[in-house]
Structures are given as C-alpha cells and as structure tokens.
Design a protein around this ligand. Structure first.
Ligand SMILES: NC(=O)c1ccc[n+]([C@@H]2O[C@H](COP(=O)([O-])OP(=O)(O)OC[C@H]3O[C@@H](n4cnc5c(N)ncnc54)[C@H](OP(=O)(O)O)[C@@H]3O)[C@@H](O)[C@H]2O)c1
Length: 301
C-alpha cells in the first residue's frame, strides 16, 4: 500500500493584495515563504495591473474564475472599507463584503483550503466597549453589517476558517495616499492657509498594517480557527493623531482645531469600538510598540 503524502508546498491567494493591508501581508508572506512552505503567492486586486489577477469580486463570473486557480490558503482582504460609500451603494457592499466572502469560504471549504478573512471592529456599535471576541455584535452601518454577514458566512462554510477583526489601520506599503489617516493628517498640517476642524470625540485605536500582517502569519502558522481581534493599544482621536504627527514632523499645527462632536458623515460611526486582543496575545502575538514610536519610525525612517 502506498501512503499518500500531504502536500507541504502551498499556493497562497491574497485578495485585495494592492490595498493598504493586503500589500503588507503579501510582503511578509514573501519574506516568510520558505518557512511557511509556500511555493507561490497569487495576488488579486480589482483594477488591472501587472502581476495581479484582476477581478471584480462583486461579479459571480469573476468569483468563479478566481475559484479555478489552484490555491490552498486564501487571505481575503478585498472589501469596500469606506462606510459612506457602503451607505451610498448598499447592494455593491453586500455583494463584495458579504457574498464574495461567502463564495470564497465555501470554495475553500470544498477543496479543504484554509481561509483567513479580515473583518472590522465596526461589527460593534461602540456603545459598550471594550469588546472581546465573544461580545454580542451590533453594527450600526451597512459596512459593519455586511462585514459581519461575511464573518457568519465564513464560519458557516467551515468552523476551521478564521476571521481577524481589526480597527483603524495605517501603513505605507501601498503608498501613503492609500492611508487616509496619515495622508489626511499630513495634508491638513501642510495647509496652514485655513483652520481644519478634526473629530476629537470618536475614539480610534490606530493599528499598524505590519502588526496585522504579523498576526495573519501567526494565525496561518497555527491554523487558528474562529474569531480573533488585533488592535493597537493607544487611545486617540483624529484630532490628537494630527497634532502628534505635526509634532513628529515639526510642522505647525495651530490651525488644527478640535471638533467636540463627531463630524457629520453619511454613515454613522461607532464612538468607541475598542477591541481586546488577549486571545491573539495568548496565541503568541506581541503587543505593538506605542503609536508615537511607530509613527516616528514610519514617517522619518
Ligand atoms: N482601512 C481600515 O482602517 C480598516 C479598518 C477595519 C477593517 N479593515 C478591513 O481590512 C481589509 C483591508 O482594508 P484596506 O484598508 O487594506 O483596503 P484598501 O486599501 O481599500 O484596499 C482594498 C482592496 O480591495 C480591492 N477591491 C476593491 N473593490 C474590489 C472589487 N469590487 N473586487 C475585487 N477587489 C476589490 C482593491 O483593489 P484595487 O486596488 O485594484 O482597487 C484593493 O486591493 C478590509 O477587509 C477592510 O474591511 C480596514
């Protein structure tokens, strides 16, 4: 009798590989390819570009094409992550954030592949922080609702899949224009011709994409299943973030003013959706350095 060996060489698919987070995950996967036993990384994005599988995951036909490729791990970051755009286009948000996730999760389950899905702290209303992985979910906008539906579909397709919830992200691997927190703050700081009023009420826990990529690799190595949280530890507001970046870059910031109520937006945002990370730390994820240190290294390094 011949014993069939399990393949140790794997093909990993990263959806949204051109995005702020996806680009960081691809970069770390490439560095750790050999130790992870990955032979090939398939990079997906929406818009056509060399080196990427360019597919619109809102379309069933494009999802089926993605399923035809040979992969046995999928890290699914592609999404519409803008709550206002999701409010304007609820059917498209449903198709991309929920239905595409469900399709990929079912495809992965059928072929015995492992899937990590990037979710969000916006599955919570922000009315009762802090939140553990077991806390009841209660999203208040279409974005949070469609991402939560994605989580449910993921785990219904296979309890062996994994959802990683992350909050407000920053990173520069995909270019600073793709990081609204950094780009928006620096743009406002450099334009001292007028006052900028920035939200000083809504609490954010800015999280570096490199720390999330570390968490993704850890989940992959451990084949962790179920829901995990990954978050930075510093409690900030958009106003305090801009002031801090001004200090670090030595830019005048007297024209950056605090707004003592949330800025009016199309979609409601949670005021404080703090997610706790104890479960991820127990798995071996290290507490990230302070936000100020990270920002200084990133912007000056
Ligand atoms: N950014 C945050 O602060 C934040 C916070 C919490 C959770 N998250 C979650 O983290 C994940 C990654 O977010 P991110 O900030 O890295 O996003 P991002 O920078 O906006 O990148 C989005 C990615 O999705 C692709 N994409 C957009 N529409 C698509 C479509 N119709 N079909 C296929 N692909 C499409 C984009 O491709 P193109 O580049 O070709 O357009 C890009 O690769 C998302 O799942 C998001 O929900 C993000």
């Amino acid at each position: 009798m011949t014993i069939k060996r399990l393949p140790i060489i794997q093909r990993a698919l990263v959806t949204g590989a051109s995005g702020m987070l996806g680009s960081e995950i691809v970069s770390l996967l490439a560095r750790k390819k050999d130790s992870l036993g990955i032979s090939d990384i398939l990079k997906h994005r929406h818009r056509p570009a060399e080196g990427f599988l360019s597919l619109d995951l809102k379309k069933r036909s494009d999802l089926k094409r993605l399923a035809e490729f040979d992969w046995d791990v999928v890290i699914h970051t592609a999404a519409n992550r803008d709550p206002d755009s999701c409010a304007d286009n609820p059917e498209e948000a449903e198709a991309l954030n929920h239905q595409a996730t469900a399709f990929l999760a079912e495809t992965a389950a059928k072929r015995g592949a492992y899937m990590i899905y990037i979710s969000t702290d916006y599955v919570f209303s922000g009315n009762n922080p802090p939140y553990t992985e077991e806390s009841p979910t209660d999203p208040i906008n279409i974005y949070g609702k469609t991402k939560l539906a994605g989580e449910r579909a993921l785990l219904a397709a296979s309890p062996g899949h994994c959802a990683l919830r992350v909050p407000f992200l920053y990173g520069i691997k995909a270019g600073i224009e793709r990081a609204p927190m950094l780009y928006g703050s620096i743009k406002a700081l450099k334009d001292a011709s007028k006052d900028y009023f920035l939200d000083d009420v809504g609490v954010r826990y800015p999280t570096f994409t490199g720390d999330v990529a570390d968490a993704v690799i850890l989940l992959l190595e451990k084949r962790a299943s179920g829901i995990y949280h990954c978050s930075g530890e510093d409690k900030m507001t958009k106003y305090s973030i801009a002031k801090l970046i001004g200090d670090i870059l030595n830019l005048p910031s007297d024209h950056i003013k605090p707004l003592d109520k949330p800025a009016p937006t199309k979609a409601a945002r949670p005021l404080d959706s703090h997610i706790l990370t104890d479960k991820l730390k127990q798995l071996g994820w290290n507490t990230p350095p302070p936000f100020s240190e990270r920002i200084e290294n990133l912007l000056k390094g």
